[in-house]
Design a protein around this ligand. Structure first.
Ligand SMILES: *[C@@H]1O[C@H](CO)[C@@H](O)[C@H](O)[C@H]1NC(C)=O
Ligand SMILES: *[C@@H]1O[C@H](CO)[C@@H](O)[C@H](O)[C@H]1NC(C)=O
Ligand SMILES: *[C@@H]1O[C@H](CO)[C@@H](O)[C@H](O)[C@H]1NC(C)=O
Ligand SMILES: [Zn+2]
Length: 291
């Protein structure tokens, strides 16, 4: 009998810990802020392109003064700003994406119970922009596609790795889909006329390559070359299609990776991700806040 009592006490103790610390982090009844357009100002950009390199850590991006990402370094030589963004544990794909696009650390109960599905509704920049189009892994798309959108559904093209002809060709798939999309004159015309667009370019290979080869290996490095080159050519494609200096670019990751190619914990390599911004509205000059 005492065993049952001990078990009950333990369950109660566990429950009290969970209910004390694992509270939902979403604040109810928040009023959306007015946008610059609502206030009568011209925003610095009409569209944002997000390159999300899944699992690429800041240490890899910044290694040897950027020599491992030479094409991105070439962009940075001329423009943009670089920093390190910090995510938090659990360093997984879903909480990382929700932090970037929803702007909050996910409800830890949800993270604890299920890594793939968030039971609560939350607003995102995708939804706020009212015009989102993306190319991503289906598991990533699932995080956002079911959220209420109030009449502006996000447009995602998605894949599963099993559907790709070769292993580690997720990024190839994405780059080619973006190219194909802009080959259609109707798509170009439609998007040239839209304001406040978010293009979500999800790149999944870095995460898979890190798991498989580990981030310090030659094979990982080779994959990184392909991906960073693809980002540069896709950037150039956007600049050709929207030749109006009204596009802002962001390159970042949802989480990092340890030297062993794992993630989930709170170590520096897992938490620190690259943050590279360039294009419209990103100035290089340091503004003197005292002036
Ligand atoms: C990186 O660049 C800085 C400034 O140009 C230089 O002082 C430093 O030695 C470089 N580091 C490496 C590892 O190349
Ligand atoms: C998305 O935006 C619409 C319109 O602003 C809003 O009605 C809807 O509640 C938003 N979705 C979420 C999940 O907040
Ligand atoms: C953008 O258009 C200008 C002329 O309006 C042209 O000189 C320039 O090469 C174009 N840039 C790109 C990237 O196509
Ligand atoms: Zn991930």
């Amino acid at each position: 009998m005492w065993k049952v009592q001990a078990l009950v006490v333990h369950i109660l103790l566990m429950g009290s810990v969970l209910s004390t610390y694992f509270q939902p982090t979403i604040l109810p009844n928040l009023e959306p802020q007015k946008t610059m357009r609502d206030l009568g100002f011209k925003p610095p950009a009409d569209r944002l392109v997000v390159f999300l390199t899944d699992g690429l850590r800041a240490a890899t991006f910044l290694a040897r003064n950027g020599s491992d990402v030479p094409d991105l370094r070439d962009i940075f030589r001329k423009q943009g700003r670089i920093g390190i963004s910090r995510t938090c544990a659990p360093t997984k794909t879903r909480p990382g994406h929700i932090a970037i696009f929803g702007g909050f650390y996910e409800d830890p109960t949800a993270a604890l119970v299920n890594f793939r599905y968030n039971p609560s509704n939350f607003d995102t920049v995708f939804n706020r922009s009212r015009n989102t189009i993306g190319w991503a892994h289906r598991n990533v798309v699932k995080i956002f596609i079911r959220l209420p959108h109030g009449g502006a559904p996000m447009r995602f093209k998605s894949y599963m790795e099993a559907e790709l002809p070769e292993k580690l060709t997720c990024d190839k798939w994405t780059f080619e889909k973006v190219q194909k999309f802009f080959k259609k004159g109707a798509n170009v015309r439609e998007f040239r006329n839209l304001k406040s667009v978010v293009f979500f370019v999800y790149l999944g290979d870095m995460d898979i390559a890190a798991h498989r080869f580990k981030p310090l290996s030659k094979r990982f490095h080779k994959k990184l070359q392909y991906t960073q080159r693809g980002i540069q050519t896709t950037y150039e494609l956007f600049e050709r299609v929207f030749n109006d200096s009204r596009t802002a670019y962001l390159m970042t990751s949802d989480h990092g990776t340890t030297n062993e190619g794992s993630h989930g914990g709170g170590s520096t390599h897992e938490v620190e991700t690259p943050l590279f911004m360039w294009g419209a509205g990103v100035t290089r000059e340091v503004v003197d806040s005292e002036a």
